[in-house]
Design a protein around this ligand. Sequence first.
Ligand SMILES: [Zn+2]
Length: 464
Amino acid sequence: MPETPPSALDAVLATLEAPATQERNLADLFRLLAQPSISAQGVGIRETAAIELDLMQAAGIDTRVIETPRQPMIYGEWLGAGPDTPTVLFYGHYDVQPPDPLDLWASPPFEPTIRDGRIYARGVADNKAQHFSHIAAIRAWLETTGSLPVNVKVLLEGEEEIGSPSLDETVRAHRDLFAADLVYTSDGPITDDAYPEIEFGVRGMCYVELRAKGPNRDLHSGHWGGAAPNPIWTLVRALNTMIDDQNHVLIEGFYDNVATPTPGARAAMDALPFDVSAALARIGLDRMTPPDDLPYADRIMARPTLNICGFTGGYGGPGSKTIIPSTATVKIDMRLVPNQTPDEIWEKIARHVATHAPGVEIVRMDGGMLPSYTPVEHPLAEPVRRAIERGFGKRPIDIPLTGGSLPDATWTKTLELPSFMVPYGAPEQANHSPNESYRLERLWQGMATSAALLAELAAGASSE
Ligand SMILES: [Zn+2]
């Protein structure tokens, strides 16, 4: 692979730091932020896609729209580095969450405003400033050197905030178009402000609802108590067959496919510098759920969960009401780890309910999400680490698995590519909340990291 002279990257970084470039990049980002793109409400999607197309073309990326059954995707490429050079696929999303409640915003959500070194706008952190950093880095390379050290593809979708319903089928339908050596995503906040990080995977999910029926209407508990079955007790008993007091899930085969973390993932989990006691204190807790001896990292990254999200039934209003309720429901999410699948877990929990809780109806809420991971040991992780070190001035920590819900399995399972998630945002950026914000400092650091990534990928997987 060709060596990129360090001077080329230095020159690109100087371009990015030049006041004129920073001013133009801010203006371009503000244009994007001023345009609402609320996928949940179908607001401003086409208009935003047109701006993205424009910005990517202005950067020198050959860009077009890919239609999906729902919202359009923007796809661009620059393949001038040649077939013997790696190709990186940048993924991001241009849609945003609804801005409500509006009265809690200090400045209007679609009028980007800088206060105290931060940009305030809906979607600035999630995800416009983050994917715009890649576009700005590509532009700086092309303006400064006339070329890129590696091939680049960029895919921006407009449905991430509604669960990326078209992504996987679109990628399947255009497999050749998305051929690459790695996928690189900057989204979400980092976990701890003190360290940049690489996330190597995400937990999967299977979501179900249990329903129990009792009498055909609520009954007087004096007239019928002891005679009519109570559907809430039916569900409590069903739930009790699923988990023990140490949170070990009792559904047959639930842990069968749980992968042991690779040696690299194990070492990364053991080395995580997070202060768990402080994190617990911030949420008003002084201990984790049993078992006591399980390390924090294992809970989040190596063990699946069975979680009750909600329990509905009977009377919950003020005072007392003496009834035997007619119905009860419980919602359960199961967070999955490699190599579990939502289909397999659905079959196991459905069989468990049929066996241990006859009469309880179980319904699958959606297709769920596959867990996804790239080995921490992957050779392309090293150039990614070096790029982050260049952009943020610190060596990143490796996070083998996160709880986020990015469609990472599309890259690792459908395309069978390594995928690295490198959040450029800070922990306090208020994604999905009023007053979403993004630190200007991180905007410049993210652009520098994206620019350095192209040089480091060209320099190769192993060189130091
Ligand atoms: Zn989001």
